[in-house]
Design a protein around this ligand. Structure first.
Ligand SMILES: [Zn+2]
Length: 82
């Protein structure tokens, strides 16, 4: 087990609750479609922005920048070169 297995490889959310993880995939339930495939970058990005705005009260434009710079360093997007 590496650290990568402890958090979502797409959005970086820690799997603090086993229900947050989509079965045995390296992704959380929020980053996957109902069949377990990874959502597109733009879907994950907008979900992350919404989460930051809603739960952390961050301004949408700032949240977008934070989400963008966070996601592009994560394994799911790093290798795909969006
Ligand atoms: Zn995720």
């Amino acid at each position: 087990m590496t650290d990568l297995c402890q958090s979502c490889n797409s959005c970086g959310m820690p799997f603090s609750n086993p229900a947050d993880r989509y079965q045995n995939s390296p992704y959380c339930v929020y980053c996957t479609n109902s069949d377990g495939s990874l959502k597109t970058y733009s879907q994950v990005l907008s979900d992350t922005v919404n989460h930051l705005v809603k739960h952390q009260g961050i301004d949408a434009a700032v949240a977008h920048e934070i989400a963008n710079s966070t996601l592009k360093d994560l394994p799911a997007w790093k290798e795909n070169k969006i």
